[in-house]
Write a protein that binds this ligand. Structure first.
Ligand code: PGA
Length: 274
């Protein structure tokens, strides 16, 4: 069975203290989340270290396994003179450093940074990340041991012109088709129509299902039966009031949540919508 995933994309929101409070509010309600749902918080880089410690400290193993930690970006290079960049290996090294902080028990280990979001339309649009750059980022992330949430999605003009299948097909083929099967097992795809992100406008369940099925069919062309194992998330103004009908579609395996992930109650309500 495919993994059900609800991933929060916090984007460039919250101070570190606010982020800590938000994750504590999520943890306080984590027992309400069905065991088969994987929750992920993808926080800003600055928040990862304290939140790694907080998630690592969750006592009940069932609750602990429900919440994973992720980043929102990583570099397309391994290391070196790239001012301002953060390497995938640095993200992976973070959890082991929790025990080295003054006052922490020597055996303290934080929750690993397990996921990274790559290919988000804000990164493609505002920071010029092309399919070629994204492929390099994905390779770095996978080599370091991260799992990747790879985003695809069309702009409003593309949908109006009936080009949405071409745009999404290209984002899949130019990037994911360059990966091998073992790597593909570490990829979750997120379909996010750009016209629905942060706009309050959501794709209908039929629009979303149609393109999710197309993505799965495209993946099957290259990866065969493995396509049935790959979780494909919907993102774009997903909220408690529309999550259940979206998640009820056969090829929608969860959501990548922006605005609604900044309120613990909404995020938890979405995760209970399967
Ligand atoms: P939104 O953002 O839920 O605020 O529309 C989703 C995303 O960009 O990942």
């Amino acid at each position: 069975m495919r993994k059900k995933i609800v991933a929060g994309n916090w984007k460039m929101n919250t101070t570190v203290a606010e982020g800590i409070e938000l994750v504590n509010q999520i943890i306080a309600k984590i027992e309400e989340i069905p065991q088969q749902v994987q929750l992920i918080v993808n926080t800003p880089f600055t928040h990862l270290f304290p939140i790694s410690k907080i998630i690592g400290d969750i006592k009940c193993p069932n609750c602990r396994s429900k919440l994973a930690l992720g980043a929102q970006n990583c570099a397309d290079k391994e290391k070196g003179a790239y001012t301002g960049e953060v390497a995938a290996q640095m993200l992976v090294s973070l959890s082991k450093a929790v025990g080295t902080v003054v006052g922490a028990p020597a055996d303290a280990v934080g929750a690993p940074v397990e996921y990274v979001i790559l290919g988000h339309s804000e990164r493609r649009g505002y920071y010029g990340e092309t399919n070629a750059i994204l492929l390099e980022k994905i390779k770095q992330a996978l080599a370091a041991g991260l799992k990747v949430i790879y985003c695809v999605g069309e702009a409003l003009e593309d949908r109006k012109a009936g080009r949405h299948f071409d745009v999404v097909g290209e984002e899949i083929k130019e990037v994911l088709f360059a990966l091998g099967e073992e790597d593909m097992k570490k990829i979750t795809v997120a379909y996010e129509p750009i016209w629905a992100i942060g706009t309050g406008e959501t794709a209908t369940k039929e629009q979303a299902q149609e393109i999710h099925a197309f993505i799965r069919k495209s993946l099957a062309e290259k990866f065969g039966a493995l396509a049935q194992q790959i979780s494909i998330l919907y993102g774009g103004s997903c909220k408690p009031s529309n999550a259940a009908e979206l998640f009820s579609q056969p090829d929608i395996d969860g959501g990548l949540i922006g605005g609604a992930a900044l309120k613990a109650d909404d995020f938890i309500a979405i995760a209970k919508s399967f």
